[in-house]
Design a binder for this molecule. Structure first.
Ligand code: PMP
Length: 287
């Protein structure tokens, strides 16, 4: 079965799916995106992802390419046409196609919309969670508006590649103050020695992860104490647990940081219980 993509109004096989060479996403990274998890045929936390998309678009003065309702239908349609039961749906909106010029094109230029979906094996991610993952730390060299989910991801790509080359799963960005901001595509958390969940406030320096928001709700239901504050690399290394969250990884225990084991080097019980309860709390929309 060929994979099907949605490109500006049409559902097309991947081999025929293309955008113009003067798409501003291609030339300027002038666009935004969202990734939603699909679990057992449900799109997870879609309202939260579309609210964040709305915010990203507004921050950059890019219009909605289609109505929110239409986009919800397109996401479902792409998931169904690709017969994805477990996996991811990706959407990208750029400022559209115009002769290359830094200045915004005229209002008549329509934003461009691409949607793709792919299947992933839930057993692989379950095994990853059972084993835990390693992270390395890298200096945070990104721009200041990382709260906007733009397709300008070069620092994130380089950080993630560095992690891969070091045999680690994720790279944590660290600010000049020695405090962890977030992962290349995940939010970072620790469980302090006195059992509190610690994660950076989502005001500056990080993307407000949708999974992060749902995990806060899960933690509240489990009666855990949450402290929204930044933490240092040293604090993370000395923590009782560490973990990462994102739509693609849900909750993944971190068992080593820059080669140093976190606690006993095994996934912690808090991270695993947050992961286990996640889908009971997350919003599920049938695709
Ligand atoms: N931070 C960054 C830099 C990311 O790219 C992502 C994934 N999109 C996240 C955090 C986690 O966000 P979410 O839970 O919405 O996937």
């Amino acid at each position: 079965m060929p994979r099907i993509a949605y490109v500006n109004g049409r559902y097309v096989p991947h081999r025929d799916a293309s955008v113009h060479i003067e798409d501003r996403g291609y030339q300027f990274a002038d666009g935004v995106y969202e990734v939603c998890e699909i679990s057992r045929g449900y799109i997870i936390d879609m309202p939260g992802h579309l609210d964040r998309l709305d915010r990203s678009l507004r921050e950059l003065s890019i219009g909605w390419p289609v109505s929110r309702k239409a986009l919800e239908m397109i996401l479902g349609e792409v998931v169904r046409r690709n017969r994805v039961r477990d996996g991811l749906v990706y959407l990208q909106v750029t400022r559209g196609v115009a002769r290359r010029d830094h200045v915004f094109p005229p209002a008549s230029v329509r934003p461009a919309l691409v949607v793709t979906a792919k299947s992933t094996d839930p057993a692989v991610s379950a095994r990853r969670a059972e084993a835990g993952v390693s992270v390395i730390t890298v200096p945070d060299n990104r721009w200041e508006r990382v709260d906007i989910k733009t397709v300008g991801l070069l620092p994130n790509v380089l950080a993630r590649q560095k992690a891969r080359e070091a045999g680690a799963y994720e790279a944590w960005f660290v600010g000049t103050d020695g405090k962890v901001t977030e992962g290349s595509s995940t939010n970072a958390w620790i469980v302090s020695q006195d059992g509190r969940l610690v994660t950076r406030p989502a005001e500056h320096g990080i993307l407000r992860g949708i999974t992060r928001g749902t995990v806060i709700k899960v933690a509240e239901q489990l009666g855990l104490k949450i402290e929204e504050r930044a933490f240092t690399v040293e604090e993370a290394k000395a923590a009782r647990e560490a973990f990462i969250t994102s739509a693609t990884s849900i909750v993944l225990p971190v068992v080593s940081i820059d080669g140093a084991a976190v606690a006993n080097g095994h996934p912690g019980s808090v991270a695993l219980s947050l992961r286990a309860a996640f889908f009971d709390v997350a919003e599920k929309c049938l695709a």
